[in-house]
Design a protein around this ligand. Sequence first.
Ligand code: XMP
Length: 509
Amino acid sequence: MEKLVILDFGGQYTQLIARRIREQNVYCEIVPYNTPYEEILRSGPSALIFSGGYASVYDEGAPRCDRRLYDLGIPILGICYGMQVMAADLGGTVELSVNQEYGKTRVRRREEGELLRGLEREFIAWMSHGDSVKSPPPDFTILAESDNTSVVVMADGQRQFYGLQFHPEVIHPPQGGRILRNYLFEICRFKGDWTMENFIEASIAEIRNEVGEKDHVVCGLSGGIDSSVAAALVHRAIGPRLTCIFVDHGLLRKGEKEQVLSVFREQFQMRLVFVDAAGEFLARLKGVADPEKKRKIIGNHFIRVFEREAEKIGSIDHLVQGTLYPDVIESGTATAAVIKSHHNVGGLPDDMSFSLIEPLKYLFKDEVRRVAEELGLPQEIVWRHPFPGPGLAVRVIGEVTPERLAVLREADAIIIEEITKAGLYREIWQVFAVLPGVLSVGVKGDRRIYGYTVAMRAVTSQDGMTADWYPIPYEVLGRISSRVVNEIPQVTRFVYDLTSKPPGTIEWE
Ligand code: XMP
């Protein structure tokens, strides 16, 4: 398979570069800058990119790569810090923090070369650098300059080495895309045939290879996109040798259980063990108000239930996990299996002996969604918002009781329905109801009652690390408010949460 490898020098846009490249149907992987030369060689790249980074090339301990990479005879594109590394390694000089440039900058093309083919004579690029290349290495020509920087783009067309001082992956004008496409298709001559269809085919072959004829494979299914796609993919590869375990801890949203059962049992005809453990979980949560205690109880008991069910299946040879590429990159190694703890229901038992199957470990979220569509998963699962492992327990503030859960579930269902009807669901990262432990006075049917307050939270986000509250139109808020207080007898008040993260976390607990 054709592959581009990105050496990560620690820049904040490295994942973005990878996504931009994959959008062009070229497969690429990110590896740390200090990955051993032999390992890079073994992975068989047809081209390299050196990413940006924060260091100064001449600093002691600044990240540098193995110089033998320049002798591989394959194209290399250095971006920002990556360009400076290339210049310093090949005999050019880098100027330390004199002409700093940040943000949109006008760039003048001096020569086209293959990299800037088809670009305007002047174009806007996105700069973010302190240091810059003062003189390019021998055999390099300067393709573009700016008012502050004399070497903005440099090229050695013979060896196919290129350097860009700006970030082609960030700029909104089309030039950035054009430059990346020139690199991929004019210079590296990639075919651009990496599609989700090919991905599915290749991973099915790989899974079949890994799983023996008599092996037992188990997957914990939550109904979220990652575990659903992982399960569907493995199922397509090995059919009934896969058993999914779906534990209902009683903290799911309205209709979720029914949907998971109907999709995976009826539509996909999977072997699916459904465990109704709601009673066990609620009994353990009785009287517990502390959020972290609630999480621990749910996490620990989840493992116990999962183990109990897995034991009934017999010995397990493989466990399927829906790990995604960002988790793998962030763990610093593409080979280590990462078991998510916070974002997985309670983590997994330490002492089970099986190998992990992680069919999505080289995919970004948007690619997982495309695989989901290709595999025929319903839209509700493909686009479902992230949902915390401890479920509604972290949205009922204080003690979790069956009545509170029932009220929250109804309010949440109304919110989701109205947001979907208004066409806003996909624009929002997460939208949900919260039940703060606050009662408030209301008048219902000529009677003053103390009823529940329902709060609504809706945020936009890239990855859940930071978030902005979403400006829901007043008329939609009005419709939701009136339905929540009218349709749920115990509710007397509806409020909307206008807090961004930081400081407010997405969940209330
Ligand atoms: P916070 O509330 O920390 O949430 O801003 C960030 C993202 O993580 C989800 N979240 C959890 N997921 N177990 C999970 O599996 C948890 O205990 C948990 N707490 C928060 C949250 O929904 C958001 O997407």
